[in-house]
Design a protein around this ligand. Structure first.
Ligand code: SF4
Length: 335
């Protein structure tokens, strides 16, 4: 089992032109759950798999608990967080912690662009995992823990895009995750160049995307780049990445999105007809008023950006197409 997953994680087998996402193996349909079953998520397997490298892992199976195995529960007592076998009452925490530490040690965050975790799992669940106050019979659980592996991983890599598989059924959360992983992928490609010029170009191309999520964050990132000469490349890119992921984690909001759209509309106002200007202004207003989806004004701007007289600065904006169209077949944007 360990060998199978290790093989799948070998960098050589991944397409370097696509983002790489680590995924709880059961979400990919691997039969690794305690009962030998899986929890395949159709969007991840059928759609996301077309545009990213998906790399499976299973903390419980790979740490030697076996398949099938007894189910485990989290217990939070004076000893800290423990993973206790539901049948044997054996404490499986040391095995899971050892595996998680080794996994984290062997993970190069520069080669990974996101993680998808199985919700509710005492190992992989990101939030609202059941935790019992003690091992006593009849103890009542609360839903406010993270799984053992999920907690260790997100502490080690706090700026890694992360999602539970269930969140991807929500169109806004799916779009937010797609934007995070593809932006992270583009950013890490720029980091490979070690060129401040390339980083400045990246920032310029992402201006309206970042503005839509967090105008304050976008300005802060600009200030970090403004002081580029005073920093080492590593501290510059680390500071920039922290702000970038924090900005992209801000929940979508129509007011901010409309503001970014209006800025973009300003770049085409002189090259389109009066009627075209009015149509675009109306589409932005309708969007702000929740009467149409983001696609309506964005498609108009995308269309006008194809005009040969449209400025290159607009044509290059990532906001016009932040991820491959086939990554999200449903209409994208804040609904
Ligand atoms: S939730 Fe995590 S530990 Fe449980 S079966 Fe899925 S991958 Fe394995």
């Amino acid at each position: 089992m360990q060998t199978r997953f290790k093989e799948a994680r070998k960098a050589g087998s991944l397409n370097p032109d696509l983002p790489t996402i680590m995924v709880s193996a059961c979400v990919l349909g691997h039969e690794v759950r305690f009962d030998g079953g899986h929890k395949k998520q159709n969007y991840v397997v059928n759609r996301l798999s077309q545009v990213v490298n998906l790399v499976p892992f299973c903390p419980e199976a790979e740490s030697g608990l076996g398949i099938p195995r007894e189910s485990i529960r989290l217990v939070g007592g004076p000893e800290g967080l423990q993973a206790i076998g539901n049948r044997s009452e054996i404490d499986h925490t040391p095995a899971l912690q050892r595996w998680s530490e080794a996994f984290i040690q062997s993970t190069d965050p520069n080669t990974i662009n996101g993680v998808i975790l199985k919700k509710g799992s005492p190992s992989c669940g990101l939030k609202r995992v059941r935790i019992y106050p003690s091992t006593a019979q009849g103890a009542i659980p609360k839903r406010d823990a993270s799984g053992l592996f999920a907690q260790a991983f997100t502490e080690a890599f706090p700026f890694m895009p992360v999602s539970e598989e269930g969140w991807l059924n929500d169109t806004n959360l799916r779009e937010s995750f797609l934007i995070q992983i593809f932006t992270d992928f583009r950013f890490k490609k720029v980091c490979e160049t070690r060129s401040v010029h390339a980083l400045l170009e990246f920032h310029a191309k992402h201006k309206f995307l970042l503005m839509a999520f967090s105008p304050a964050g976008q300005k802060k990132m600009g200030r970090i780049l403004g002081a580029a000469k005073e920093q080492s490349w590593d501290s510059l890119t680390k500071a920039y990445q922290q702000e970038m992921i924090a900005a992209l984690r801000v929940p979508p909001n129509r007011k901010r999105y409309s503001n970014a759209l209006q800025h973009m509309a300003g770049y085409v106002k002189d090259i389109i007809s009066n009627a075209g200007r009015q149509e675009l202004a109306k589409a932005i207003l309708l969007y702000a008023d929740r009467r149409v989806s983001l696609d309506v004004p964005l498609s108009l701007i995308r269309h006008h950006s194809l005009n040969p007289r449209a400025p290159d600065y607009l044509k290059k904006q990532v906001y016009l197409s932040p991820y491959p169209i086939n990554a999200f077949t449903e209409p994208a944007g804040v609904r």
